[in-house]
Design a protein around this ligand. Structure first.
Ligand code: NAP
Length: 341
């Protein structure tokens, strides 16, 4: 008996290395390694998780190279990448969790207060892919735009994974009319099958984009703009909203992403000529109560919708040991790449 206990202890000590995707201080691309030290629980409110799948998002890329606002620049020591993912707790419970340690590895440490038990029947890759997109759509629609039934919603940059979620959630929350902008023509046409009423190509001349938006604004004034591009497309939309000195309709403009650039030129005249509420939605902008609602109400509700086939998303999977191809890979428009561990 004693010798088997000793054997178990020795075995446990040896098995402390894991497969992981690691960003090294030298920079460049994160590397797949098979001998990274397993992390250990440091406090009572932490749990160990065996990771099954991690979605590779813009957030993970910009955090890995230290350009995201939530980081303090490039990492000074080797660090596992990946902010969130799905896996199994020690008692076998399947959860989505935000990592305290990097999640793109076989093991990670998570905060017991920042995880969601997965509904039965959900596909692991979809469960890994959805939460960031739900955060990037539901939080903006509910807490920044205060969406109400009957609102007209414009989604700018709607062809991406998060934009496609935003379309479906805007409808779910009761939007009467949904307009979507994007560049990829085939993807724009696909959005019509997700419940969009009108698509506007961002590939047209600026004047045509602006004039169509002005026409829409006259027929059914836009209540909410959820923006994933910022940059030039956002400038065009704001130009189209510009008033002429009469009372105007209140529009809540919420920027969520900056695919077309992190800055815009914004004339004071636009802000003085319309009732515009310009704000942003991201992890630094939510209150603790909103973050709690995301984890305890919104994500469980939306993951259940996905199980029931009422929230449609497409993912592309890849094994962790193929990771180095994943970093620069062109994923099909509107899909999310999920790394299976
Ligand atoms: N704040 C949050 O909570 C939060 C959460 C999730 C995502 N986000 C952000 O939202 C943005 C979109 O994320 P995603 O998950 O949808 O990414 P994605 O699936 O990679 O899609 C990217 C989208 O951006 C569009 N795009 C790229 N470059 C563009 C440009 N120069 N001009 C116009 N459109 C351009 C693409 O349009 P085409 O394919 O039509 O060319 C596509 O629709 C990212 O900036 C991401 O970081 C924020």
């Amino acid at each position: 008996m004693l010798s088997s206990v000793r054997y178990a202890v020795v075995y446990f000590c040896v098995k402390q290395e894991m497969k992981a995707v690691v960003m090294f201080p030298e920079g460049g691309m994160p590397k797949y390694v098979e001998n990274f030290p397993e992390p250990a629980i440091q406090a009572e409110d932490q749990a160990a998780i065996t990771i099954q799948a991690v979605a590779l998002k813009h957030l993970d890329k910009s955090r890995a190279n230290g350009t995201h606002y939530s980081t303090e620049g490039a990492p000074s020591k080797a660090k596992v990448i990946g902010m969130d993912g799905v896996g199994l707790l020690e008692d076998g419970t399947s959860v989505y969790a935000l990592g305290i340690t990097g999640m793109l590895a076989q093991k990670a440490i998570v905060d017991k207060n920042r995880m969601v038990v997965l509904p039965a029947g959900i596909d692991t890759a979809i469960a890994a892919a959805l939460p960031n997109a739900i955060a990037g759509s539901a939080m903006a629609l509910r807490y920044r735009a205060n969406i109400k039934a009957g609102d007209t919603v414009l989604i700018n940059g709607a062809t991406g994974f998060t934009g496609r979620n935003a379309i479906q959630l805007a409808r779910y929350y009761g939007a009467k009319k949904i307009i979507a902008t994007g560049r990829n023509e085939a993807s724009l046409q696909h959005l019509l099958t997700l419940g969009v009423d009108e698509v506007i190509s961002l590939q047209q001349a600026d004047e045509r984009i602006i004039s169509r938006l002005i026409e829409i604004q006259q027929i059914s004034p836009i209540d909410i703009i959820i923006d994933y591009t910022w940059g030039h497309p956002a400038e065009l939309i704001l130009e189209a909203l510009k008033g002429q000195g009469h009372f105007t309709h209140r529009t809540r403009f919420v920027t969520v992403g900056s695919m077309a650039g992190d800055t815009i030129r914004l004339s004071s005249e636009i802000l003085r000529s319309v009732d515009l509420h310009l704000t942003g939605s991201g992890m630094g902008s939510w209150t603790k109560a909103e973050m709690k609602a995301l984890l305890t109400e919104i994500l469980p509700e939306m993951l259940q919708l996905a199980v029931e086939g009422k929230l449609k998303v497409e993912v592309q999977t890849m094994a962790i040991d193929e990771f180095e191809k994943a970093w620069e890979m062109d994923v099909e428009n509107g899909r999310r790449l999920v790394v299976v561990v």
